[in-house]
Ligand binder design. Structure first.
Ligand code: RIB
Ligand code: CA
Length: 313
């Protein structure tokens, strides 16, 4: 079967970086048409630079990287340097990228690609705030029906929020954008904290990265060592959740995850709960299902896949 065509929309972020590496290590499964950076974990100037650093680490300077939106639709940008460090990729020393940033705006790349590829053949993979996706849909409504599927990391239901008691970071940063995406009618698969908090690093799992004996393995181990210090302290967990690689792993091996088709709405009004993903998991309303909301995953299988594929780079 031909590899699935995807656009990765991202705010690297150590976990975004691992998600991108997993995608680039899997050419038989995924054809990365381009990477669009968005402001999120750190400002856009850094996320677009970090995306290029990751492509060069994967020895893929040919990948087209675009800068998208530098702030949410209607709110001030909230960043997460407290989690990812001031560069967004803290942990190892990183050289500046030499591959170019594309001149075209990321939004226009998304629109142009969806208009030029056959309808229903391009999957969007947002790993950060949904600003770029929502802006593209608002600017070019004709592309909405051309999207094959959206596989996104964001939200939480049984897990509490990680940036407020009610909200997960990606949705919280731009709730209005998330509302546009979840109401778009595009088939959506959601990787919420409910599953990503089960994709925890452990000492043996990080050691397996380091034991690859490659630059990629060493970088991923150094990123997870940095990334996990925050989550260990906050949650008292053994390791850190590798959120965004769950999106890529789903595209490669969907049976690692289980979930339900339910209605998901986004809180955009209440200051107390803005950014909350209100998932009707028990179907207590007659609101139509608009998302496959994941609830469980095979964490061991996930790390086996991740380590096996990273070994290729
Ligand atoms: O809440 C976790 C999400 O927020 C991840 O995508 C992480 O990279 C940050 O963007
Ligand atoms: Ca991210």
């Amino acid at each position: 079967m031909a590899p699935r065509k995807i656009i990765i929309d991202t705010d690297p972020g150590q976990d975004d970086a691992v998600a991108i590496l997993l995608a680039l290590a899997s050419p038989e499964d995924l054809d990365v048409l381009g990477i669009t950076a968005v402001a999120g974990n750190v400002p856009l100037a850094l996320t677009q630079k970090n995306a290029r650093i990751v492509c060069e680490l994967a020895k893929r300077p040919d990948i087209k990287v675009f800068a998208g939106c530098d702030r949410p639709l209607r709110r001030d940008l909230v960043t997460a340097e407290h989690v990812h460090g001031k560069t967004g990729l803290d942990g190892p020393q990183m050289a500046d990228p030499t591959m170019p940033l594309q001149d075209q705006h990321g939004i226009d790349f998304i629109i142009e690609t969806l208009r030029s590829e056959p309808a229903g053949t391009v999957t969007l993979c947002p790993l950060g705030p949904l600003t770029n996706i929502a802006t593209a849909f608002e600017k070019a409504p004709d592309i909405v029906d051309k999207v094959q599927e959206i596989i996104l990391m964001g939200g939480a239901y049984f897990e509490a929020g990680n940036i407020t008691p009610a909200a997960e970071f990606n949705i919280y940063v731009d709730p209005e954008a998330a509302e546009i995406v979840f109401k778009s009618g595009v088939p959506i698969v959601v990787m919420p904290l409910d599953v990503t908090h089960k994709a925890l690093t452990t000492a043996p799992r990080v050691a397996a990265f380091r034991d690859l004996g490659t630059q990629v393995g060493d970088m991923v181990a150094a990123w997870t060592d940095f990334f996990e210090r925050f989550d260990k302290e906050k949650y008292g967990s053994e390791g850190a959740p590798l959120h965004d690689p769950c999106v890529t792993a789903y595209l490669i091996k969907p049976d690692l995850f289980t979930g339900r088709h339910v209605n998901v709405e986004i809180e955009t009004v209440s200051e107390l709960t803005k950014g909350m993903t209100v998932a009707d998991w028990w179907r207590v309303t007659d609101r139509p299902a608009n998302a496959l909301f994941m609830g469980d995953m095979d964490a061991a299988g996930f790390y086996d896949l991740l380590t096996e594929r990273l070994a290729r780079l």
